[in-house]
Design a protein around this ligand. Structure first.
Ligand SMILES: Cc1cc2nc3c(=O)[nH]c(=O)nc-3n(C[C@H](O)[C@H](O)[C@H](O)COP(=O)(O)O)c2cc1C
Length: 217
């Protein structure tokens, strides 16, 4: 019988594992709008077929990153492992004084612990960014700052990012208050998911290339 799911890259029709997408963000305050945005975006990714992991609230309340101290708190170790395992990342931050919050920046500094990893820093990961602020100016400056950080970490910021004006109350009972907010978050989720899938297929192709070359195909 012809297996229609087979391809030269997947001879047995096996599909790669679901991409693992982690979400980091919010504030130490439970129920912040940036945390609501993060939870909703991860729920969309789970619907698309990703496995997801939320790192928010107390989980981002970490000691200041110290490159000279090899000791890591349990929370910091968990965060670094989550980054290591991730095929894609969502970062959701409020704007504090025109930039990302210090809590989120500190958490991102822990990616330094992956500098010698086989996939160093955020190499090969698509990164979706969500910013909340009380005004358009801070939404723009914060987004540009987070994109610069993601580039420094060798990640791939998605072309679209969600910028949510907290003055317009973007969430009600933890869900998008209107279609525009929902659509922004769906676009971010979709771009992160597709990029993670594309990267998985490239890695799979790289693994099979020597066997295909040896078989002369
Ligand atoms: C310390 C601090 C600084 C802030 N600075 C700005 C700012 O520069 N521009 C702005 O539009 N909003 C600013 N805000 C408002 C937050 O961005 C806004 O409350 C937040 O996006 C709401 O999201 P949250 O519910 O996740 O906290 C600031 C809030 C705090 C607590």
């Amino acid at each position: 019988m012809n297996d229609s799911s087979s391809s030269p890259l997947r001879p047995n029709g096996a599909r790669p594992a679901a991409p693992h997408i982690i979400g980091i963000g919010g504030t130490t305050r439970i129920g912040s709008s940036s945390e609501a945005a993060l939870r909703y975006t991860l729920a969309l990714l789970a619907e698309m077929g990703a496995s997801t992991e939320l790192i928010a609230g107390p989980l981002i309340d970490l000691p200041m990153y110290d490159p000279a101290d090899a000791h890591r708190s349990p929370g910091a170790r968990r965060l670094v492992q989550a980054f290591k395992k991730a095929d894609g990342v969502i970062i959701a931050t409020p704007s504090y004084h025109g930039a990302l919050s210090g809590v989120i920046k500190n958490a991102l500094d822990y990616v330094e612990d992956l500098r010698s990893d086989s996939r160093p820093y955020l190499d090969g990961r698509g990164v979706g960014i969500v910013v909340t602020a009380h005004g358009a100016q801070a939404l723009g400056t914060t987004l540009m700052g987070v994109r610069a950080i993601v580039h420094a970490l060798r990640g791939w910021p998605t072309p679209f990012a969600a910028t949510l004006n907290a003055q317009h109350k973007p969430f009600e009972n933890g869900l998008p208050a209107n279609a525009e907010v929902a659509e922004q978050l769906r676009t971010v989720a979709d771009q992160v998911y597709r990029f993670a899938r594309a990267q998985q297929m490239l890695r799979e192709g790289d693994k099979l290339a020597p066997a295909r070359a040896a078989a002369g195909s």
